[in-house]
Design a protein around this ligand. Structure first.
Ligand code: HEC
Length: 151
C-alpha cells in the first residue's frame, strides 16, 4: 500500500472510532444526564416532611425561594434565603458543604439562617437535601457532580 492510501485508511478508521465511541462509551456526564442520583425516592419523601417543617418558611414549600430577588441584600445588609431548587447557586456546593450550612446556618458570615446541628439527625439533613435536589434538572445535577457533588 502506498503511504498516502495508508494515511487515508488510518484517518477513516480514527473517524469511525470517534463517532462510534460516543453512544457505547458514555462519559460521567452522560451517566448523570441519564438520571442517576445519590438518593432514593424514600429519602425524597422523608425530606419533604423535614423540609416543610424546618425550611419551607424561608426557602419556600418547593424550595423556590420566598423573595423576588435573592441576590439583593435586605435593609440590614444580610441576604434573603435563596431558592434551593436549582435556580440559585446551591449546586455550587458539594454535599459536605450543604450539610455544613445546614448545621451551622449563616451566623458566621452575618447571615440569618439558623443552624440545625442538634435540631435534626444526619439522615434528616440528607433527606432535606434529597428533597430540594429532586427539583434540579439533570443538567444542574450534572454540574453539581462536576463541582464536587457527593464529596
Ligand atoms: C429563618 C430562615 C431560614 C430557615 C428556617 C432555613 N434557612 Fe437556609 N438559608 C437562609 C438564608 C437567609 C440563607 C442565606 C445565608 C444566610 O444569610 O444565612 C440560607 C442558605 C441556605 C443554604 C445555602 C444555599 C446556597 O445557595 O448557598 C442551604 C443549602 C440552606 N439554606 C438549606 C436550608 C435547609 C435544608 C433548611 C431546613 C433544614 C433551611 N435552610 C432553613 C434562611 C433560612
Amino acid at each position: 500500500m502506498n503511504p498516502s492510501r495508508c494515511l487515508i485508511l488510518l484517518f477513516t478508521l480514527l473517524c469511525a472510532a470517534c463517532s462510534e465511541s460516543q453512544p457505547t462509551n458514555p462519559s460521567a456526564d452522560n451517566l448523570s444526564l441519564a438520571g442517576e442520583r445519590w438518593y432514593s425516592d424514600e429519602q425524597v419523601a422523608a425530606g419533604a416532611l423535614v423540609f416543610q417543617q424546618n425550611c419551607a418558611v424561608c426557602h419556600g414549600a418547593s424550595a423556590q425561594g420566598t423573595v423576588e430577588d435573592w441576590r439583593e441584600r435586605l435593609p440590614d445588609g444580610s441576604f434573603p434565603p435563596p431558592p434551593l431548587d436549582g435556580s440559585a447557586h446551591a449546586w455550587h456546593h458539594p454535599r459536605s458543604l450543604l450539610i455544613q450550612v445546614i448545621n451551622e446556618g449563616g451566623a458566621e458570615f452575618g447571615g440569618k439562617m439558623p443552624g440545625f446541628d442538634s435540631a435534626l439527625a444526619q439522615d434528616e439533613k440528607l433527606a432535606a437535601i434529597a428533597y430540594f435536589q429532586d427539583f434540579w434538572s439533570d443538567e444542574i445535577y450534572a454540574n453539581w457532580l462536576q463541582m464536587g457533588g457527593v464529596n
